[in-house]
Design a protein around this ligand. Structure first.
Ligand SMILES: C[S@@+](CC[C@H](N)C(=O)[O-])C[C@H]1O[C@@H](n2cnc3c(N)ncnc32)[C@H](O)[C@@H]1O
Length: 380
């Protein structure tokens, strides 16, 4: 059986071979930080379960250590309270609320952030503390502060960091409010996603500094952005290549909703193929256009539902090989989505890296191509 040291070295080797680890300093962090100390027991999703259920993999059981050193995200908490060791038998349903992000993504993001030795860095979303430990290994304890919302999760991370020999500054609190005592930082990295850039971050990071964060929303679409802080309260950035997603920051999560009841409304032909919303960028463009809606359904049969106004839109295939849409409520959700998706199609359906974002106290706008191109205001 392989030991943790052997498995860690094998993972680092494979991340070097696939081009993730290009910097010797991050490579040595990956080879040094014992991920098993941070994950402990974890959940694995039961393949094919609908809704998804989770099976606990307990520390020490066969295949536990191999799982720790797979390049996978390991769920460590469901619904803001259920930990793997709480489940004594069988599987449980739930929504992931904390995890250890897959090592390749964490390492790639540290690299993308451009965090050099000597920089002060603020991390939002300590989680298990694994990414914090990698950061502390590279930057030194004194230059890293990490904020975790959930006190139980944060407490476990603090204990694991101590055992692993790291002592960054740790805060339990809402990272969207920034670090009240931290002064200015050179870099901010978030391992939870946000619907818009929290305004405190724009004052917490010095002009010339950078923010790396995933923008997400209530329709489950995600996009990783790297922003340059251009002045107090101002930033501008681009979206990055790839397909990065993170669980949404708890204060930005969608409101609780009752079971969906589809209601009658006005029907017309749809001008776009609803399946475009299943495309990584197409679904994100739709979310930008209708940020208060939750998306359900798939393919030709999409459902958008804005709980706060009761607005709904649903598409179905029609008899002519096209699609029709039924809409009701004050927000014509499909009208907005259709216009946005058509603009994206007119531009050749580019990936997110063709989009940028401008942020100021006056508002936050995601744009396509150039700053004066088609754009959508984020829901601040
Ligand atoms: C994907 S996990 C973080 C993974 C972690 N960096 C690691 O490597 O293990 C996201 C974490 O963000 C935390 N979180 C959610 N909202 C937050 C907020 N407003 N402030 C700070 N942390 C938050 C969650 O509780 C969760 O632990």
């Amino acid at each position: 059986m392989n030991t943790a040291t052997q498995l860690r070295a094998a993972l680092a080797d494979s991340l070097t071979e696939d081009g993730t680890l290009t910097d010797p300093e991050w490579s040595s962090a990956a080879r040094a930080v014992p991920r098993e100390l941070f994950t402990g027991s974890y959940f694995l999703a039961v393949v094919g379960s609908v809704p998804t259920t989770y099976r606990p993999v307990r520390e020490g059981e066969p295949a536990w250590l191999e799982g720790v050193y797979s390049d996978e995200t390991l769920i460590t908490q469901l619904d803001g309270r259920i930990r793997p060791d709480d489940v004594t038998e069988g599987t449980v349903p739930g929504s992931p609320s904390s995890s250890s992000t897959l090592p390749s993504l964490v390492l790639r993001m540290w690299h993308q952030l451009g965090a050099e030795v000597g920089y002060r860095v603020l991390e939002i979303g300590t989680g298990t503390g694994y990414s914090t430990a990698l950061g502390a290994h590279r930057l030194g304890d004194a230059n890293l502060t990490s904020i975790e919302y959930d006190p139980v999760v944060g407490g476990a991370a603090a204990a694991a960091l101590k055992v692993a020999g790291f002592a960054p500054r740790l805060i339990i609190g809402d990272g969207l409010r920034g670090d009240p005592d931290g002064g200015q930082y050179d870099r901010l990295i978030a391992t939870c996603s946000v619907r818009y850039i929290p305004l405190p971050w724009l004052h917490q990071v010095r002009p010339g500094g950078k923010i790396l964060v995933t923008l997400s929303g209530w329709s489950y679409a995600n996009a990783l952005a790297l922003l340059d802080v251009t002045g107090p309260g101002q930033a501008r950035g681009r979206f990055l290549p790839g397909y990065t997603s993170f669980m949404i920051a708890r204060p930005h999560d969608r409101p609780p909703r009752p079971t969906l009841a589809l209601l009658p409304g006005d029907e017309r032909p749809s001008q776009i193929d609803p399946a475009k919303l299943d495309n990584w960028t197409g679904g994100w463009v739709a979310q930008l256009a209708a940020p208060s809606a939750e998306r359900m359904g798939t393919g030709a049969e999409q459902i958008l539902w804005d709980v706060s106004t009761g607005s709904q839109a649903r598409t179905v295939p029609d008899a002519n090989g096209g699609w029709s849409v039924v809409q009701r409520g004050p927000v014509r959700l499909w009208d907005r989505v259709e216009r946005a998706v058509q603009r994206w199609q007119d531009a050749g359906e580019p990936h997110q890296e063709e989009f940028g974002i401008t942020v100021s106290a006056a508002g936050q706008r995601v744009w396509l191509g150039t700053e004066d191109g088609p754009g959508w205001d984020l829901p601040i």
